[in-house]
Design a protein around this ligand. Structure first.
Ligand SMILES: [Zn+2]
Length: 507
């Protein structure tokens, strides 16, 4: 009875307060960016231009507190909008006024500003929060990796939720300022340029700036005790590398690999054009996981990548992503071949440069070593599905597809495509279809059949990626194997495969 009375009163009140017709145009923004692989990742109704992330972190207890300020522009009339985030939120302000907020789903933070946001209007969103990120599990895992002396945030496709609220989808890129206070004696690594490190009352604040658009999953953070090396490349690009002090017997192999970053970025520039960012480097924290990740300008490497000695191949792979993945980012996660196919192909080119097997030999080897009934061929690199987004086929078959393209258009057009593409879409986003159109424009050839065969068919192509005028490998690697036709394993093959734990995602 009491309840009914309250309901009636509320209904009467809402009638009485009926809003003007124009205000009904204000609707909640979507809870996802429209990505079919990850429907709730990212959000709709606004774009972010900048993240200012200001944190305080205590390595001993893993306690993180922070304030993130987001500069956004509404792309529709918004009564409400979402961010993606996993820690506990204390306060949200939008354009200075306190906003109400609620959580829903795994990582949705629903924000209702005091005044609705009009399409085209700017919003400054301030979120205050704290938590112990390593204890927060979403979809059964945490991308916050604890180390003996601190922690690391690195993961694909999700890692932001554990340290800053965001529109967590690569289609919405922004610049970043990351400023983190840690107890004196600890260091903070992030993307871009270190703009300051000042100590006060026992705490040191490190400030980093990435001044070029960056996808949220490419933002990284590490706190710990590191040996740092700095230098500039011959072209004047600042290099900043960092190695955890407790890497043990992997320390020297890690250094002997990552210290070649400047050389390798210059070498890759010969194929991909000018390096797109204002700094470069890598860091090797003492994590247990085995993968590496192309975090923008500052690559994350697991020490396990160097457990069997130096590995320049993985450095080449992650640096290639700075063009293919970081500067030119996927529009949807289904476009992952634009990242991994090309990063793997860069390893093929490095192998060729090192006289450890040509790209053609590697492509032939991949083609022949997987029989037609191997599940490898059931994955379509051009649209692998979320479950197979980081499967070997996206990398290896993806790179063979690029060799097939090279053979179809010839070296001259191929290398113009390889270098022209990152310039065409610099700091932006693109789809596999955009790439096909670009390759057709540059080569003057119709490539629909080639793309369908190598990227969009769940079966082994009938013939291998043969160069013009050469006989292709016998159809069906089963036959190839039985006849002893399996090509000799290229010298670089094992090292290339060792990088396959690159994205052994936690889920
Ligand atoms: Zn990769």
């Amino acid at each position: 009875m009491r309840k009914r009375l309250i309901v009636s009163a509320a209904s009467a009140l809402s009638l009485f307060l009926a809003v003007p017709a124009s205000a009904t145009d204000f609707q909640p923004g979507a809870a996802g960016a429209g990505d079919s692989y990850y429907p709730t990742y990212g959000n709709g109704g606004y774009r972010v231009s900048h993240y200012d992330i200001r944190l305080k972190y205590q390595p001993a207890t893993d306690e993180l507190e922070g304030t993130t300020t987001i500069l956004a522009t509404a792309t529709e009339n918004l009564s409400r909008f979402n961010l993606d985030f996993a820690l506990n939120v204390q306060e949200v302000r939008v354009n200075g006024r306190p906003a109400t907020f609620a959580t829903s789903g795994e990582q949705e933070l629903e924000i209702t500003p005091a005044r609705p946001l009009a399409k085209g209007g700017q919003a400054t969103v301030v979120v205050r929060y704290k938590g112990v990120p390593s204890t927060v599990k979403k979809y059964g895992f945490t991308a916050w990796l604890r180390t003996p002396d601190g922690a690391v945030a690195a993961g694909e496709p999700e890692s932001a939720w554990w340290w800053f609220p965001s529109n967590d989808h690569p289609s919405d890129k922004a610049t970043f300022d990351v400023s983190v206070q840690v107890p004196d004696g600890n260091q903070v690594i992030s993307n871009g340029i270190l703009t300051g490190a000042t100590s006060q009352a026992g705490w040191t604040r490190y400030s980093w700036r990435e001044n070029k658009p960056q996808a949220t999953y490419l933002a990284t953070l590490a706190v710990g005790k590191f040996d740092v090396t700095t230098d500039t490349t011959p072209s004047g690009l600042p290099v900043y590398n960092a190695y955890s002090k407790d890497l043990g017997e992997n320390a020297d192999a890690a250094r002997a690999s990552v210290e070649r970053t400047g050389e390798l970025v210059d070498w890759l520039s010969g194929y991909f054009g000018d390096y797109p960012f204002s700094s470069v480097g890598g860091y090797v924290p003492n994590v247990k996981t085995g993968f590496a990740l192309e975090t923008q300008t500052r690559v994350f490497y697991s020490p396990r990548q160097f457990a069997r000695g130096t590995n320049t191949s993985v450095v080449v792979h992650e640096l290639a992503h700075q063009w293919y993945g970081d500067s030119v980012s996927v529009s949807h996660w289904s476009d992952i071949w634009l990242n991994e196919g090309f990063a793997r192909y860069a390893q093929f080119l490095w192998s060729e440069h090192e006289n450890e097997g040509t790209a053609q030999e590697l492509a032939d080897y991949v083609y022949a070593s997987h029989p037609a009934d191997d599940a490898f061929w059931s994955v379509k690199p051009g649209d692998p599905g979320a479950a197979d987004q980081f499967s070997n086929a996206v990398y290896d078959r993806g790179a063979v597809a690029i060799q097939a393209l090279r053979n179809a258009v010839g070296d001259d057009a191929f290398f113009r495509i390889l270098k022209g593409w990152p310039a065409e879409h610099r700091y932006g986003n693109a789809t596999v279809q955009d790439f096909q159109a670009y390759a057709e424009k540059i080569s003057g050839k119709k490539l629909g059949d080639l793309f369908t065969t190598w990227l969009f068919t769940a079966a082994k192509p009938a013939t291998g990626p043969a160069p013009a005028g050469a006989a292709s490998l016998a159809p069906g690697a089963d036959a190839g194997r039985a006849d002893g036709q399996l090509p000799v394993e290229p010298k670089s093959w094992k090292k290339i495969q060792e990088t396959n734990s690159l994205h052994d995602a936690e889920h």
